[in-house]
Design a protein around this ligand. Structure first.
Ligand code: ADP
Ligand code: MG
Length: 405
């Protein structure tokens, strides 16, 4: 079965259509630092507006732990969405309360409203099927149909992703369809050489994908927080860097498996080691097997790949025809540790082939570092979702829309 598309919902003029977007943008002091996910939602929202639907947008933002917290309000997102759509976006101060009912009820054909953060209600992400269903049932009262377009959350069985799609006539939006087309291309017939670059900080989440990728790729480049678990698996000391000691055997298994398969796992040869976590930290470049031999000793923190490593990664990337990249190479948010991520991003923009960047922070990183979306083949809005897709896992938020691997 294939994904149901918006056409399957029939004529939408005058209908109240709830749209689940992933508008989980990075904020700093109440300002949106990267609006990529809002832009990515525009094709579907624009199409629904053009069809004369009354559009009710729902999303989460951050992890507010099930209670309202002004720090995680979607109000600034409503403002930005309005600017990008070129029309007013009404904002409701709750999701299933009187404000939502009033704002949704007041919509005319072709108008758009955004409801407050779904995760202000703990039932959105509850482990209890009953709780999620109850929350979804209350959301469903607001609309006649449901369009699921938050690709970043399709790997989650959450009320607004899964149960809501069961309760109303539902389809995928165009963002999900676009994301899937690219990722299906990567799993089915990537043009070779095919290189995957992994980094970031969600180490245990991401190690799993390696088992699935090894038989499929030509080279795997390891940077970011997970590189230290690899170095430790080789017997090197990593100071105070991120380390998952319970994954060491798994990682050793990957290194053996890669040898057997003739896949190259490229590990860093040099590391930027810092005295502490901060922009004002002292830092030096150390060989990957000498992280504790710096003036900071065993308390040194590896916060970026070194320049030799970045150069080697860039060479492998440039020689590839397909590259998938998830996870920054270092703590790019702090200027002294952004160089590795910048060099890798630059190399991706130079390949003669398909470059795909996946992951919330990875996408934010390339934009914050001054690259434009057009310099890459595709920037995915979903990190976890794209990795789980590549792992061949079943994604509940897609299956409920008719999709089957
Ligand atoms: P994505 O959202 O792209 O999937 P993650 O959420 O896994 O990526 O990781 C992003 C974070 O990883 C960034 O905030 C970055 O600062 C952090 N990071 C990268 N390298 C390191 C490192 N060596 N030590 C600590 N954090 C790191
Ligand atoms: Mg992230």
């Amino acid at each position: 079965m294939t994904l149901r598309t918006i056409d399957s919902l029939g004529p939408l003029a005058g209908k109240k259509v709830i749209v689940r977007c992933d508008l989980n943008v990075p904020l700093k002091d109440g300002q949106i630092t990267d609006d990529g996910r809002i832009r990515a939602s525009l094709p579907t929202l624009g199409a629904l507006v053009a069809a004369g639907a009354r559009v009710i947008v729902i999303s989460h933002l951050g992890r507010p732990d099930g209670t309202p917290d002004p720090k995680y309000s979607l109000a600034p997102v409503a403002q930005r969405l309005g600017e990008l759509l070129g029309q007013r976006v009404a904002f409701a101060a709750d999701t299933i309360g009187s404000s939502a009912a009033e704002v949704a009820g007041a919509l005319a054909d072709g108008e758009v409203a955004l409801l407050e953060n779904l995760r202000f209600d703990e039932r959105e992400t509850s482990k209890s099927d009953g709780d999620r269903r109850e929350f979804a049932a209350q959301l469903a009262l607001l609309g006649d149909a449901f369009v699921s377009d938050g690709f970043g959350v399709v790997h989650r069985k959450q009320a607004s992703v899964y149960e809501l799609a069961e309760l109303l006539p539902s389809s995928a939006g165009t963002l999900i369809a676009t994301e899937l087309a690219v990722l299906e291309g990567l799993t089915a017939t990537p043009t070779r050489p095919y290189t995957v670059v992994l980094g970031g900080s969600k180490v245990s989440d991401k190690l799993g994908v390696i088992a699935h990728l090894l038989p499929r790729v030509d080279s795997l480049l390891i940077g970011g927080g997970m590189l230290f678990t690899f170095l430790a698996a080789l017997g090197h000391k990593v100071g105070g860097s991120l380390l998952e000691t319970d994954q060491l055997d798994i990682v050793r298994g990957y290194l053996d498996e890669a040898k057997r398969l003739g896949v190259e796992i490229v590990l860093p040869t040099d590391i930027v080691v810092a005295s502490k976590f901060g922009t004002d930290a002292e830092h030096v470049i150390a060989p990957a097997d000498g992280i504790e031999n710096t003036p900071f000793g065993a308390s040194g923190l590896g916060l970026d790949i070194g320049p030799d490593t970045a150069g080697r990664f860039a060479e492998v990337i440039r020689a590839s025809k397909t590259v998938f990249w998830n996870g920054p190479m270092g703590v790019f948010e702090l200027a002294p540790f952004a160089a590795g991520t910048r060099t890798v991003a630059e190399a991706l923009t130079e390949i003669d082939g398909l470059s795909v960047v996946g992951g919330g922070d990875s996408a934010a990183a390339v934009r914050v570092l001054g690259f434009t979306d057009e310099q890459f083949g595709h920037i995915s809005t979903g990190g976890g979702a794209s990795l789980e897709f590549l792992e061949g896992k079943r994604l509940p938020g897609l299956e409920i829309l008719g999709w089957q691997a």
